[in-house]
Design a protein around this ligand. Sequence first.
Ligand code: SAH
Length: 231
Amino acid sequence: MRGLPVAAEPLPPPVAAPPDYSWARAAMLARLRAQGITHSGVLAAMGSLPRELFVDEALRMRVYDDCSLPIGQGQTLSQPFIVARMTELVLAAERPVRRVLEIGTGSGYQSAVLARCGLAVFTVERIGHFLNLARSRHAACGVPGVRSLHQDGFGGWPSQAPFDGILVTAAPETVPEALVAQLAVGARLLIPVGAQGQSQRLMMITKTPTGRTQRLLDEVSFVPLLPGEMG
Ligand code: SAH
């Protein structure tokens, strides 16, 4: 006997699995090691942070590639190697490194990496919108220990100085003396220096008991450090 036709149940809508970036993150770590990054804390921090949360959804597929990415308003998130290299260099100072200042919060990724390395992070950004986004990203990935300030960073953060290290992630034409003044003895300032459209060099300035030493490192390409604040 043939059964009665059974009305087909509507199929539930397909549920898209959230994209898994763990393979891309592992490939990034392998590349960083091949590029000479050795600090285990830096590698662990970058291996644990979801870098994809720091850019627009449309760019997430490329976020672990060896390139910088736009974050809006003409600004960029640096390529993984530059983030790792600057972090490694600031940590390798000949003094204990606990409190660091970043100028140019941008997406919040660099400050999250510093915080995951166990540092107390102070970060200054001139664009208020970026700062709000960065704060919510830090909360979303459970990154504590980042204090941020909406201000023009040319003057640093004097009330919190001295710092055990300072990173500047936008390029001025010359080194702002206020930042050098906020370094503790033995601390390092990592800063890209150069005019826009011309080649910039990553500079490492170390405060000494009597003055400073200065080393020119890699050729780099950062957005300009600009004066003033905006919303
Ligand atoms: N470190 C960031 C990338 C920085 S892009 C990250 O992890 O994503 C450079 C940032 O520096 C931009 O957000 C830009 O607005 C900011 N900036 C430029 N000039 C500045 C200034 N004078 N003070 C503070 N921030 C500045």
